[in-house]
Design a protein around this ligand. Structure first.
Ligand code: IPM
Ligand code: MG
Length: 355
């Protein structure tokens, strides 16, 4: 079977970590004798510079033909003038919408070696292992926008169907994990949140009675993520709350450079990206932590290519490298980006081929 993967390196440290994803995918293909075809496309600021469009039609067209997409990061100071008509982030939002990537999975767990890398006290970090399922193609990100010099508005809209499909996905994921689902909203203020609560309550009542289900207001949830993060297993929430809470949750994992994500459509197709963003302050220095990207590649093998075993092997190789101190400076190591990527490929080969 010929698998097609599109690489969209984007901006900042995006190309540096995407290169490591490419090399890892080549290694996996070689180890397991797979036929994987990769091709690159433009997105974000790099696409604006080359074509004037943050998501050229050609990029979208190749993604539509692919089994999965790997994305580095978009954005940077060069394109962040608030008056600019075209911004790199528009490319990211458009690809999510156009490809129907409605569910964004962001797992957060802490390698024991990284307890000291987290700004939280070790006693708060015990047992942290959670999965945020963020709705990705609705809410205020995509509602009508009004902008003038004296007035602006972003409208937040959700339909029952948009809520239902992501809640069901989160419920199914919770079933595979510890069986606990937390829905986070602001139902004491927002009409959209009241619909989220009504629809989620109904679905849980009808089809997920086996789960331990609770709802928490987003402000309280932000506090619990710090004061008692181990109380959470699977979280489902709307687009903007999920954006904010996952940056907060990333600190539980020791470094933002560690966190992967999967943005899934109905079916198997998905886009995989680390959550760290373009990190312009360290771009071009070759020091970015590639592990969040490599863990995103693992998610791709699990969710889009149905190769859970390969995903586990990649995760294990990353974990072994951290245990051995073969990592970048943000994790207390001394390796640069390409050395850390090479260390993971070496571990993977060692673990799977015994060489
Ligand atoms: C993310 C990012 C994006 C978002 C930005 C770059 C538009 O913060 O993927 O979390 O807000 O969704
Ligand atoms: Mg974000």
């Amino acid at each position: 079977m010929n698998t097609k993967i599109v690489l969209l390196p984007g901006d900042g440290i995006g190309p540096e970590v995407t290169r490591e994803a490419e090399l890892l995918i080549e290694s996996v293909a070689q180890i397991h004798g797979m036929d994987i075809e990769m091709q690159s496309g433009l997105i974000g600021g790099a696409a604006i510079d080359a074509t004037g469009d943050p998501l050229p039609q050609e990029s979208l067209a190749v993604c539509r033909e692919a089994d999965a997409v790997i994305l580095g990061a978009v954005g940077g100071p060069k394109w962040s003038d608030p008056d600019a008509k075209v911004r790199p982030e528009q490319g990211l939002l458009k690809i999510r919408k156009e490809l129907g990537l409605f569910a964004n999975l962001r797992p957060v767990c802490l390698h024991p070696k990284l307890v000291d890398a987290s700004p939280l006290k070790p006693e708060y970090l015990e047992g942290v292992d959670l999965m945020v399922v963020r709705e990705l193609t609705g809410g205020s990100y995509f509602g009508e926008k009004v902008e003038s010099d004296d007035f602006a508005s972003d409208s937040c809209t959700y339909s029952r169907e948009e809520i239902e499909r992501v809640v069901r996905m989160a419920g199914d994921i919770a079933r595979q994990r510890s069986g606990k689902l937390t829905m986070i909203d602001k139902a004491n203020v927002m009409a959209t949140s009241r619909l989220w609560r009504k629809v989620t309550d109904e679905i849980m009542q009808a089809d997920y009675q086996d789960l331990a289900y609770e709802t928490i207001l987003v402000d309280a949830a932000a506090m619990y993520l710090i004061s008692n993060p181990a109380r959470f297993d699977v979280i489902v929430t709307e687009n903007m709350f999920g954006d904010i809470l996952t940056d907060e949750a990333s600190m539980l994992a020791g470094s933002m450079g560690m966190l992967p994500s999967a943005s899934l459509a109905a079916g198997k197709f998905g886009l995989y990206e680390p959550i760290h963003g373009s990190a312009p302050d360290i771009a071009g220095k070759g020091i970015a932590n590639p592990f969040g990207m490599l863990a995103s590649v693992a998610m791709m093998f699990a969710y889009s290519l149905d190769l859970k075993e390969v995903a586990d092997q990649v995760d294990q190789a990353i974990s072994d490298c951290i245990s051995d101190g073969h990592c970048t400076a943000d994790l207390g190591g001394t390796l640069n980006t390409s050395e850390a990527g090479a260390a993971v490929r070496r571990k993977l080969a060692e673990n799977t081929l015994g060489s």
